[in-house]
Structures are given as structure tokens and as C-alpha cells.
Ligand binder design. Structure first.
Ligand code: PLP
Length: 812
């Protein structure tokens, strides 16, 4: 790349001049970002092309990871890390008067996702490239990503995310690779001489899908894969013709705009489906563009169609892209003249599906009428899949009407996307051991009974390059100093650290780094919010989407309780605590927004009361995003993972925090169970109902929140403060809804049930933190076991068990 710093400085100065007509003296930080981006893109161009050529030449099997979300965050720093240029560039820029950290902040945080699901997709791409595997992402280039969050009077306000208003230096628009996607219209059939049926889709509306390619740079290797983001553009000829035909020429612009809204914005709901027509359009747009593009790449190999399943794997991230199944069927039958059986075999052998949730409100289903009118040919194919599936069930389970009705893809006027995904793919995976067991034994039992071999587990992971090496470079350096650098290519080797669990010097160095990270974070909080944090206090971090099941409310009630205790006894012996929150709520999720208001209200009371000021602080940071996560996580002592057991499929925030030496305070849910299994009870704080107990309560009742409220004085005192006159309610009815959910609507998420156990676990942390040696050892043990949660491990499992790619195909 650059052999030394001087060479970089020269190339950088030339870029500034040639492209921006600036000198090093007149250039701003934005200029520096643009020049650096352009310089790096130039540097990687050859390698990117060579990767593509290598895949074609070796006829390597390609994985296409279809996801409606890619929460990639900023790319500059990470790309430099993976290119091993961080040192040269950072020092070179410094010589020229720029601070790389500030330059990095000029990049928009690409928020093309809601939370965990989208961030997982981003980590997977990093691991695929870093392992030298041929895997690419297909997503949508939303003009507006996840909304920007602001607090006004403690309430969340959503502002549009104008991420493209700053140049996104990484993308390349490729109009020559555009494909056409068709909506609406009619389908007619005709018979050929041999009696074969042919289908003709006409009177459709057509849009162009234009790909924008973003390079995905492998760590220190020869691989650069592609994240292909599709953007809609109206097909001008078609749009004009249509408008003319409908005598709507005056409405031409209106018509054009209505087509172009497809890639306008990301739906900001996490784990909740609304069934909106525009969302269905977005999903088919991604699917159709992606499948056509994958088929085209395959055809360039000049192989027979029977080779498709050996050369192409289509993966669907949750059910959002499930129409990959009927879309591939459509192309194979209607365009490639294949019969049903042959097309079905190719399709099911190529498609695999990840289930992310068992929450019923998150399961996608579409009204039959909507699918039929918007996607008439796709609907016909789904109907046929359903009929053939039900027929085969009938043969397998004659007379079992109930079973067949329960399994059907189309029922009660709805198309059930999870059913379609299971029937049309060869692999269905859950995202943590517990989640997969719940799928197999409960939520999808009937499917598991029907297709037992299709179900498997792939516990989620995170890229240790972004979340440790980049976000917490001092810790990464300490690890390398201690055990050598092999853990970077083989993160499982982080367990070598275990040999140092009683080494005073290593433990003290871990503590020093944590302390410095906390101080850096505290100064940033002071600079941005004007709140002073005590870096000696426990930094207790709860960062994730705001959702009832994630139970930020449980944390909030505990803080109210602590506040009450200190007020009653100002000399209370406790370790000072700083509670740090970050969370966005979906615009339409009223209840979640009330909890945001509550936490902000608590922060206001606590931070302005001199009686508690030496002991308690509460900070709710706006706009939780990848960049904010990267700031907070290295400074965390305690990782709050307190979902109602059985509800959090895996979690990945838990893994990021563990890898940075935070100790988990969690329920036995999702991947917390596996963290517990690895680190042992001494190095994690678990509490509360088990998933079995929760599921049993849901099934057979027997939980009375009211009874807890009536019998537990502390619970009642705290909960009453939501509505009675108190520093938190100030006599307002603001939090009535929260109170009612707990006391009158039987506390769906078992907040009151788990309250006492949570308080006790927090108390234990308060004690344990006092002995720094003991605490540091817990940190080390958590870091040492976090290698298991590198997405490299996860991707290796997908590669060998599901996609059947590498290591024979691997080029390093
Ligand atoms: C990791 C991550 C998430 C997922 O967090 P969970 O705690 O697993 O829900 C959500 N948002 C962002 C920005 C993340 O980086």
C-alpha cells in the first residue's frame, strides 16, 4: 500500500490538491476525510477487482447474504485497520496537522439498520472477507437510515437521518449492472404444443434497481468482497408511457415519485411488523434485484443449471427476504424454461434461513390480497408451493386436518413468511443454543417434527476487529503484549489469557486501561452533555433498542429504589454508581417512549440532588448507534442484559461488552446462557426467572403482579412513585401507563417478579467491586472467553455446515 509515512503524506497532499483544490493548510477535516477516502478507494481498486476475478476463475461458490438491514457504522477507521494502515495514516496525518480520530468523525454513521439484526449482518461481512470467503451482502441503499434521536423535555423526538448529505466515499454506483423489478399487472397463461404451461406477466409497473457497491475489506489478506446496496430509479420510458396511457401525463412526476419511494427510508421498527404495503415492496425489490444479479453472475460461469446449487448459496436474514424462494422459482421456470420439480430442487438446495425471534408480534405475515395485487406472479408461485406442500403433508399425515392447517403457508387470508422460509430452504438456524432449543421444542415444534434435519444452531458473534482492536486499541495491545498476536487470526486463542488470571501485573494493567477508558468517556460526556461523571464509580451500561422485553424499566425502578435508600440514609455505605443508557424506541411504540421519558426524568432528579450526588449519576445518551456503542463499551464495568428470559434470541451487545472486560448482569436468556457456561458463576451475575418458568407462566397463567405489588413493600413504594406525588411523577399522570402495565395488566415482562432478585444481584456487584483484584480477575476471565463470540467462529460454522464453502475454496 504505502511503504512509509512520507509516501502517504505525499499521496495525501496530492489528492487534496488534485481533487479538492486545497492545500494541507487550507483543508478542513471534511476535506481530509474526502481525500483520504478517495485515496484508499484508489488503493483497494485493484485488489477488489482481483478478488472478483479470482472467484470467477476458480468458479468458487458464492454466498449472497440477503438482509433488509446492514448496520455498518463508519468504515474509515475499520478499513484502515483491516488494511494495516492505521499507524502510517494516523502518524502521517498528525505530521500534516490532522487528528485521525477527528477526521473519522466526519464520516456519517451508516445506520441502515435498527439494531442487532442489522449489526450482525455487518459483522458477518467483515468475517467473511477476513476469512477469505466468497460472501457478499445484498441490501437496500436507503436514502434515510435509522432516525436521529433527540431528547426534548426528556421525550424522544425523531429527526430524519441525512446520512448521504456528507459524501459516502466508499460506494461506487454501477448503472451497467442495473436490473428491472416488476410490480402489479396481470398474468396470463398459455399452453405450448407439448402441453406445458407458460406464464406471461403484462401491464406491470417497472422500476430500475441500481446497485451501489461498497467494498468489504478483509483483515490483512487479499480479499475484498462486496456489499451491494440497491437503489430504486424510475424507468423513464416506462413511466412516461404509463402516464400517457392513463392520460395522466400531468401526473408524471407524481407517478415517478411514487415509484422512487421504495428505497426512501428504513422502517424504524425493531422486532415488530406492521404489514405496510411499502415494506412489502421494499422486500420484493431487494429480493428480485438480488436474485437476478446472482443468477446473472452464475450464468457468466457457463455451467449447466444443475451446477447452480454447487456455486450459489442464498441466505435470508430473518424472513424479510423470504421471497427469494418464489423469485428464484419464477426465474428458473418462466425465464429459463425449467419444470417445477427441477426448479424446486435447485431452490431449496440453495436457500437457507436464519430465524431471529419467537416474539409473535415480530412474525411476518402478509394479507393475501396485498401480495396478489402487488406481485401477481409471485403470489401464484407461493400458492403452488403451498398446495404441493399441503398435498405432501396429506400423504404423510392422512386425515390430520389440524396439523396441515397449522403448517400451511397460506391460511386465514395471510401469507406466513416463516412457513414459506422453512418449506423453501434446506437449513433453518436459530441464533443461540437456548433460542434454537425453544424453536425446536416449542415455537416451531410442529415444523421440527416435519423437517428435523433442517434445524440447527449458529450462536451469533461479533467482529473482534471492530469491537476490540479498533474500539479498544489499548486493551488489544495489552493482550498482544501478554499472549502474543495469534489471537488476532484465531480469536479462540484469547483463552491463553487465562494463564494470567492471578498475575497481579496483568490484572493491574487491565484495570488501568479500563480506568483510562472511563476517564476518556467521562470527558466526552462532560463536553457533550455537561454532566460530570466520577470515573471511580461503577459504570453500569444498558445499551440496546428500547423494548418492553429488554426491561429498561427494571433497571429504572432499581435506580428509583437506590435513590430512595440514599435519601433515607445519606450515609449509606455503597459503591458509587453511574448508570449509562442508550436506546431508541420505534416512533409508534408509545409505551417504550414513556420509558425513555421516565429514565430522563430519573436522571434529572438524581443528577440535581446534592444528597445523592456522590453516589449516583444517571446518563441517558441520545442517538444510540454503532459509533456511540464504540465509545461506551470500552468504558463499561457492568453489562446489563436483563431481558425477560426466553425473549432475547441471542443478543450481541452482551458479547461486545464481555470482550471489553465488562461483567454481565443478566438473566439466563439468549447467549447469556453460553457466557455463563464459559465463564462460570463466579464471573457473571445471573438472576431471575428461567425461560422454562416464563414460558410455563405464559402457557398456564399463575402469575399475579398485583399480589407482588400488594405484599412487597419496596415494590409498592417504588411503583407508587410513578403516579403518586413523588420527585419522579411530580403529581403528573405522565407515567400512569407504565404503572397500569405493571399493576393492572399483570406485568407482561415479569418486571415485578424479578425485581427482588435483580436488587440482590446489584447489591452483590456493589460488594464485589470493592475488591479491585477480585473484580479485575473477573474482567480478565470474561475477555479470555470472548473469543468464542467472535463472528469468525460463527461464520466458519455457517460456511462448513450451511453454505458448504471453504476451507478448500479459501485463499488467504
Ligand atoms: C450491537 C448493537 C445492537 C444490539 O444490541 P443488543 O444488546 O444485542 O440488543 C444494537 N444497536 C447497536 C448500535 C449495536 O451496535
Amino acid at each position: 500500500m504505502f511503504s512509509d509515512k512520507e509516501e502517504f503524506k505525499q499521496a495525501f497532499s496530492q489528492k487534496l490538491e488534485a481533487e479538492l483544490s486545497k492545500t494541507v493548510k487550507t483543508a478542513t477535516e471534511v476535506d481530509a476525510y474526502r481525500a483520504l477516502g478517495s485515496l484508499l478507494r484508489e488503493k483497494i481498486g485493484k485488489k477488489w477487482l482481483a478478488t472478483d476475478q479470482r472467484y470467477v476463475q476458480n468458479k468458487e461458490k458464492q454466498v449472497y447474504y440477503f438482509s433488509m438491514e446492514f448496520l455498518i457504522g463508519r468504515l474509515l477507521g475499520n478499513n484502515l485497520l483491516n488494511m494495516k494502515m492505521l499507524g502510517i495514516v494516523s502518524e502521517g496525518l498528525q505530521d500534516l496537522g490532522f487528528d485521525l480520530n477527528r477526521v473519522e468523525e466526519e464520516e456519517s454513521d451508516a445506520g441502515l439498520g435498527n439494531g442487532g439484526l442489522g449489526r450482525l449482518a455487518a459483522c458477518f461481512l467483515d468475517s467473511l472477507a477476513s476469512l477469505g470467503l466468497a460472501g457478499h451482502g445484498y441490501g437496500i441503499r436507503y436514502k434515510y437510515g435509522m432516525f436521529d434521536q433527540q431528547f426534548i423535555d426528556g421525550n424522544q423526538v425523531e429527526l430524519p437521518d441525512l446520512w448521504l448529505s456528507r459524501e459516502f466515499v466508499w460506494e461506487i454506483r454501477r448503472p451497467e449492472e442495473a436490473v428491472e423489478v416488476r410490480f402489479r399487472g396481470h398474468v396470463s397463461s398459455s399452453e405450448d404444443e407439448e402441453g406445458g404451461l407458460h406464464f406471461d406477466h403484462h401491464d406491470y409497473e417497472q422500476v430500475q434497481a441500481i446497485p451501489y457497491d461498497v467494498p468489504v475489506i478483509g483483515y490483512n489478506n487479499e480479499t475484498i468482497n462486496t456489499l451491494r446496496l440497491w437503489s430504486v430509479e424510475a424507468n423513464m420510458d416506462d413511466t412516461i408511457r404509463k402516464a400517457a396511457k392513463q392520460e395522466e401525463f400531468g401526473n408524471f412526476l407524481h407517478h415517478k415519485r411514487s415509484l422512487e419511494e421504495i428505497s426512501e427510508f428504513l422502517y424504524p421498527d425493531d422486532s415488530h411488523e406492521e404489514g405496510k404495503r411499502l415494506r412489502l415492496k421494499q422486500e420484493y425489490f431487494l429480493v428480485s434485484a438480488g436474485v437476478q444479479s446472482a443468477v446473472r453472475t452464475f450464468e457468466q460461469l457457463g455451467l449447466p443449471w444443475t451446477a447452480f446449487l454447487e456455486k450459489v448459496a442464498l441466505h435470508i436474514n430473518d424472513t424479510h427476504p423470504a421471497m427469494v424462494i418464489p423469485e428464484l422459482m419464477r426465474i428458473l421456470m418462466d425465464d429459463k424454461q425449467m419444470g417445477w420439480e427441477e426448479a424446486w430442487e435447485i431452490t431449496t438446495a440453495s436457500v437457507s434461513y436464519t430465524n431471529h425471534t419467537t416474539l409473535s408480534e415480530a412474525l411476518e405475515s402478509w394479507p393475501v390480497d396485498m401480495v396478489r395485487s402487488l406481485l401477481p406472479r409471485i403470489f401464484m408461485i407461493i400458492e403452488e408451493i403451498n398446495e404441493r406442500f399441503c398435498q405432501s403433508l396429506w400423504e404423510q399425515y392422512p386425515g390430520e386436518f389440524d396439523r396441515i392447517a397449522e403448517l400451511a403457508i397460506i391460511a386465514d387470508g395471510q401469507v406466513k413468511m416463516a412457513h414459506l422460509s422453512i418449506v423453501g430452504s434446506h437449513s433453518i438456524n436459530g441464533v443461540a443454543k437456548l433460542h434454537t432449543e425453544i424453536l425446536k421444542k416449542r415455537e416451531m415444534k410442529i415444523f421440527h417434527d416435519t423437517f428435523p434435519d433442517r434445524f440447527n444452531n449458529k450462536t451469533n458473534g461479533i467482529t473482534h476487529r471492530r469491537w476490540l482492536m479498533h474500539a479498544n486499541n489499548p486493551l488489544a495491545d495489552l493482550i498482544t503484549d501478554t499472549i502474543g498476536e495469534h489471537w488476532i487470526d484465531d480469536p479462540g486463542r484469547l483463552t491463553d489469557l487465562l494463564a494470567y488470571q492471578d498475575d497481579r501485573e496483568v490484572l493491574e494493567r487491565i484495570q488501568t486501561i479500563k480506568q483510562q477508558n472511563k476517564e476518556a468517556f467521562a470527558s466526552w460526556v462532560y463536553a457533550t452533555k455537561g454532566i460530570t461523571l466520577d470515573p471511580q464509580s461503577i459504570f453500569d451500561v444498558h445499551i440496546k433498542r428500547l423494548h418492553g422485553y429488554k426491561r429498561q424499566l427494571l433497571n429504572a425502578l432499581h435506580i428509583m429504589h437506590l435513590y430512595n435508600r440514599i435519601k433515607m440514609d445519606p450515609s449509606l455505605d455503597m459503591t458509587p454508581r453511574t448508570f449509562i443508557f442508550g436506546a431508541k424506541a420505534a416512533q409508534s411504540y408509545h409505551y417504550a417512549k414513556k420509558i425513555i421519558k421516565l429514565i430522563n426524568t430519573i436522571a434529572d432528579v438524581v443528577n440535581n440532588d446534592p444528597v445523592v450526588s456522590g453516589k449516583l449519576k444517571v446518563v441517558f445518551l441520545e442517538n444510540y448507534s454503532v459509533s456511540l456503542a464504540e465509545r461506551i463499551i470500552p468504558a463499561a464495568d457492568v453489562s446489563e442484559q436483563i431481558s425477560t428470559a426466553s425473549k432475547e434470541a441471542s443478543g450481541t451487545g452482551n458479547m461486545k461488552l464481555m470482550m471489553n472486560g465488562a461483567v454481565t448482569l443478566g438473566t439466563m436468556d439468549g447467549a447469556n446462557v453460553e457466557i455463563h457456561e464459559l465463564v462460570g458463576s463466579d464471573n457473571i451475575y445471573t438472576f431471575g426467572l428461567s425461560s422454562e418458568e416464563v414460558l410455563e407462566y405464559y402457557r398456564s397463567g399463575g402469575y399475579s403482579a398485583k399480589q407482588i405489588y400488594e405484599t412487597d413493600d419496596i415494590v409498592r413504594q417504588t411503583v407508587d412513585q410513578l403516579i403518586h406525588y413523588s420527585p419522579f411523577s411530580k403529581g403528573d399522570t405522565e407515567f400512569q401507563e407504565i404503572y397500569d402495565s405493571l399493576v393492572h395488566h399483570n406485568d407482561e415482562f415479569f418486571v415485578l417478579k424479578d425485581f427482588r432478585a435483580y436488587v440482590a444481584a446489584q447489591q452483590q456487584i456493589d460488594f464485589d467491586y470493592r475488591d479491585k483484584q477480585v473484580w479485575n480477575r473477573k474482567c480478565l476471565i470474561n475477555i479470555a472467553h470472548a473469543g468464542k463470540f467472535s463472528s469468525d467462529r460463527t461464520i466458519q460454522e455457517y460456511a462448513s455446515d450451511i453454505w458448504r464453502i471453504g476451507p478448500g475454496n479459501m485463499v488467504k
